[in-house]
Design a binder for this molecule. Sequence first.
Ligand code: BG6
Length: 501
Amino acid sequence: MSTKTSADSGSSKFLPVEPFDIIVFGGSGDLALRKLMPALYHRWQDQQIPATSKIIGSARTKMSSEEYRQLVRDKFEEFYPEDKLAEETWNAFAEHIHYVGVDALDQKSDDWDDLKDLLDGSDEKLRIYYLALPPGIYGQVSANVDANGLKTDRTRIVLEKPIGSDLESAREVNDSVGEVFDEEKIFRIDHYLGKETVQNLLILRFANSLLEPVWNSRHIDHVQITVAETVAAGERASYYDKAGALRDMVQNHLLQLLCLVAMEPPIDLEADSVRAEKIKVLKSLRKIDSGTVRADTVRGQYKEGSVKGKPQKGYAEEVGHPTDTETFTALKVHIDNWRWSETPFYLRTGKCMSGRWSEIVIQFKSVDHLMLAPESGRVQPSRLIIRLQPDEGVKLMLMTKDPGPGGMRLRYVPLNLSYAETFAPRYPDAYERLLMAVVRNNLGLFMHRDEVEAAWRWVDTILGAWSRDDVPVHLYTAGTDGPVQASVLLDRDGREWFDGA
Ligand code: BG6
């Protein structure tokens, strides 16, 4: 693992893509300006985007393309102050940015003609609609695109999460978009699937002869998946208050991670093969219902405190009224299948925690027999830590003998693969990779409707039990790692959370 690899490892090669036109509805919103436009700029900068492509922002507000370019630039500089824009590259990129003011909910609006003019003569070219909009209107916007003659045979559509807020609403969204677009033209984003380290999970598991044979209940004691954030609900509070951590993070990101850790080897890496295995995992999740919900789940909400030295209001104060929306949740999850029946998966995620880290910890079982004298020190079972962000890497914790004289003294030390030290300094972020994956028609990095619906089916049972059984929301001080009940969840099983700090 210590072998130094340089950029020639392949991490700096970009596969060329065909020319495309991308239309971002919700083009003046936070997602478009914070993530999508910067992502497209970076792909442009690396010369991956062909010069005949068009990048079209669209929203209800009227503004000129020139004003929109300035907005994109200002936001880029605000969000990425370290990332100095190269003037010449920016100017060339900006020439490809256009803006059209369209009320995408108004089918009869004349504004659609402006979009048509811009796309005129490009029916053969790949066309992508990116809906950076609330999911409740995905169907209507799709229908309006179609009714205005703006859907070609080569059109794909990208939907942001959340797809619905429960199984029923997810089905409605999927059905309504499905009336206009075939499933293989629909790209449902879970941006975690675009993260470098998440993609690496498959390789780590299935390309290493050391790991796959021990990847099961016989050798693994338990698995922990943590996505901890320092950010508050803040400006997103009005959305967040209707969602909460279970809907916002667990239904999608954490369950996708769980699927990649737990699934059986797919027959190949084609989208359908990988999705089929993920769906089997989702279907094997043991229901958490009234009988188990109090024992196996924890709900938390941050109260006033300080995060990384900055004072932080309590969540209820932020939203301006008392609320029982959870900003933290921890769950003990069982997968009822051959491979995992004895191995619990503990999931936790929260806002306003002590640090920002996302990590998967595979805790192996102890060795069967120890011939060492107790004074040698505590023997700890091996642990594999997959760090998704920040400072991405993979660590394997092993027992070794402390070198030198003094008898047999043991030490628990890491074999450490740090991405920053091993690979090229910059690789594409999740949105860069996913946008190019849409162009390259790589559906494997997106969620099929069956996956989304299977995840909701499981989450809905918990949501139902939470409200039926009045499961309490425990307060935790902002800047800490959730309520004490989250520690009790593991403590009860003789385990503890591994601190990702
Ligand atoms: C989003 C959630 O999907 O993911 C946000 O809606 C959350 O609430 C974000 O903050 C976390 O993403 P990342 O990439 O910063 O871990």
